[in-house]
Write a protein that binds this ligand. Sequence first.
Ligand SMILES: [Zn+2]
Length: 161
Amino acid sequence: MPLKPSMLTTHPRKPQPREVRSLSCPNCGAPIQVSRRAMSYRCGKCSMPMKLEDVTVDQLNNTRTLNTMGHIHLTAHSKVDGELRCGELTVSGSYHGNAHVHGKVHMQSHSHCSGEINARSLTIDDGASFEGQLRIGPKARIEAPQLEPPEFHDPMIDPAA
Ligand SMILES: [Zn+2]
């Protein structure tokens, strides 16, 4: 089929639709492309199920540990000290700690990060600051989030039974 001129039109100024999350499986490392609207996903390679719950932190002086395969957003008013293990991370506020991100990290303008960031990819905007250690890329070792185990009740091993 010949190419029509309409197929060759490019729109360089049009923002990229961010419809897809690019992650890696926390269990087997396989690359995952999943719709931003999906709430859960099962790895096509190792079948590990994962929830994609998004978390927004907009408070001051939070000390916390967060685990999710979804996206964590630390808003401009947030000041978080803790360990984050997640699918994607956007920092607009202040973060100190150890982050393990199975997809993209975005440090926005005026954000402050320190500590250790392990991620598949990283964007640092003009005006953002970072002090610490970075391990970025497809081979970076990224710890899996500690997610709730699936419901499982076996009276033989359940100490409550
Ligand atoms: Zn997997």
